[in-house]
Design a protein around this ligand. Structure first.
Ligand code: HEM
Length: 128
């Protein structure tokens, strides 16, 4: 059967991916309280940052200049949160897109999540 899903190719695709992912995050009983209850995320400000972040990783634009790890230091998150975050991200990518850039998105998400988790919880040694 021919593959009907497109790859991630445009800024509009990145926006579609990010919006769909955070819709899932907002409906998730483990993650939504971290974003909304703890961090009180200002979504209209956060989402454009995330478009820029993913556009940089996937389309090689360079609008995002932040240091994302720092924002995660105060959050009450551990292994189970990262596992859920990654599961929702992979599900979102796979529902919408297929191809080399979609695979890159999942690889980058996993490697960044592993680095964040290892830096936040160095005693857990979860990636060793
Ligand atoms: C348990 C997993 C995670 C949680 C709960 C989480 C939560 C958050 C929260 C609450 C913010 C701050 C939003 C604000 O400034 O109002 C944030 C920012 C951000 N997160 Fe995450 N995050 C997680 C994992 C990740 C991963 C794996 C990545 C990268 C692949 C990522 C990339 C970013 C970026 C780029 C920002 C924007 C930082 C900035 O303001 O420059 N996050 N995240």
């Amino acid at each position: 059967m021919p593959e009907s899903r497109p790859d991630i190719q445009t800024e509009a695709d990145v926006k579609t991916l990010v919006d769909a992912f955070y819709d899932k995050v907002n409906a998730d009983p483990l993650l939504a309280p971290v974003f909304n209850g703890f961090a009180h995320v200002d979504w209209p400000a956060h989402l454009p940052k995330m478009y820029d972040f993913w556009s940089g990783l996937l389309l090689h634009t360079s609008r995002y200049q932040g240091r994302p790890f720092l924002k995660h230091i105060p959050l009450p998150i551990a292994g189970e949160h990262f596992e859920r975050w990654l599961a929702l991200f992979f599900l979102t990518v796979d529902q919408l897109f297929a191809g080399p850039v979609a695979e890159t998105a999942k690889l980058r998400a996993r490697s960044i999540a592993q680095v964040f988790e290892a830096r936040l919880n160095p005693s857990r040694l979860s990636i060793l």
